[in-house]
Design a protein. Sequence first.
Length: 195
Amino acid sequence: MLGRPRGTLGAKGVAMTKRSLALLSTAAFALITGACQKQAPVDPGGISAAVKADEKTWSDQFQAKPRDLEALVGHYSEDADFVAPGVKATSGMTDIRKVYAEGLADPNFNISFAADKVEVAKAGDRATSRGRFEQTYTDPDSKTPVKVSGSFLTVYKKQADGSWKVVQDWAVADPGKPIPIEPGKPAERAKMVSF
């Protein structure tokens, strides 16, 4: 057999092997270093408390006089989706702002809500809030104030700045017709219990 004896490398082969080992060592070091870097642990209790506190503030903002449209829609992300009884499903802050502005123009409009359950994703970047709401508004047909109750499911997403914004907000009215509010009797704020 002519050439190099089996199992030996020439000068070119030695250089390639050294380069391969250097690259392999660098890659292994990068993997080990990356794996050793710890991410902050997820605190489901803290996230749940933050979401509940945000929802309490949000519900209280509906009771304020005058109501602050920008504060109310400020709970949503720019690309959020919003679905609620009596309004067309909307996407994006501009359309959500329009729906809120129309609702706030109704002198009988009011809403209160509270979560009865908040679940946090394992990664700690999303949370869902589920609960009950009560809403009053002027019925478009009878032109009288009515009340409706229902359930909601809201999805929050952690933002780059660490805050939480709503990315999905869905509400569904309970079966049946809205309940008329007696003339002269002011609408009562719903008494919600949060667990």
